[in-house]
Design a protein around this ligand. Structure first.
Ligand code: PXP
Length: 248
């Protein structure tokens, strides 16, 4: 029996980080998105943060215009971001927790604690045709809450697992991977589509690509970093190759 396909979403935020570091117009994240499209990405992910530290409003407008691939618009659950999402109606909206002082998204959303507000927040996005996903950790309570608030998708946070692998903490990484595996099963069993992402590299992709119920992996920082050495297109092609190899 053939395995369900898995999509590769390429996050282009850090092309914008580099651009903004010098206040120039280049490198252009839209150009990176077009290159990712050519190289075999299945989707483009971009996170419009409240402080606009990388992607800015005009990037979202230009991405919507320029790319044929589905856009996964990552955002915090704020009124400002909801208004922007409803204006552009991207294919997908991924709701993430956001703290000003963090360097990147640390930890997942506390859906269970914010369930009433999130239910009201998600409904108009869903009605506008956006596939809403929630970025969560492997906590079973968050999966149950994701179903209750009306999300279609959960994206599981793989960052801690990737950190443990990078630090050589194999036993702790195995424990974390087992928790993530259980969460994939629970979320899939609850009728949610399951995605995963954060911190993934050539070395950590395989176990997630190998899980049938995982339908999308979103990867940014490593691919943009690797682009410096091997080029963005080849880095994406290599990641796709490793995903396919793990899924066979
Ligand atoms: N998925 C989500 C929800 C994220 O917030 C991020 C980081 O913006 C990623 C995936 C990609 O993480 P990384 O850049 O570490 O690959």
């Amino acid at each position: 029996m053939s395995r369900p396909p898995i999509r590769l979403g390429v996050n282009i935020d850090h092309v914008a980080t580099l651009r903004n570091a010098r206040g120039t117009r280049y490198p252009d994240p839209v150009r990176a998105a077009l290159l990712a499209q050519e190289a075999g990405a299945d989707g483009i992910t971009a996170h419009l943060r409240e402080d606009r530290r990388h992607i800015v409003d005009d990037d979202i407008a230009r991405l919507m215009e320029a790319i044929a691939l589905p856009l996964n618009f990552e955002m915090a659950a704020t009124a400002e971001m909801q208004e922007i999402a409803l204006r552009h109606r991207p294919h997908a909206v991924c709701i993430v927790p956001e703290k000003r002082e963090e360097r990147t998204t640390e930890g997942g959303l506390d859906v269970a604690a914010d369930a009433n507000r999130l239910t009201g927040f998600i409904a108009p996005l869903r009605d506008a045709g956006c596939r809403v996903s929630l970025f969560i950790g492997h906590d079973a309570r968050q999966i149950e809450a994701a179903v209750r608030v009306g999300a279609a998708v959960v994206e599981l946070h793989t960052g801690h697992y990737c950190d443990l692998v990078a630090e050589g903490q194999g036993d702790a990484a195995d424990v974390e991977l087992a928790e993530l595996r259980r969460a994939v099963r629970d979320a899939h069993g609850a009728g949610l589509e399951v995605h995963a992402g954060h911190g993934l590299t050539f070395d950590t992709i395989a176990p997630f690509a190998a899980m049938d119920a995982v339908r999308e992996l979103n990867i940014g920082h490593f691919l943009i970093g690797e682009a410096v050495f091997m080029g963005l297109g080849p880095a994406i092609t290599e990641m796709r190759h490793r995903m396919d190899a793990a899924r066979v």
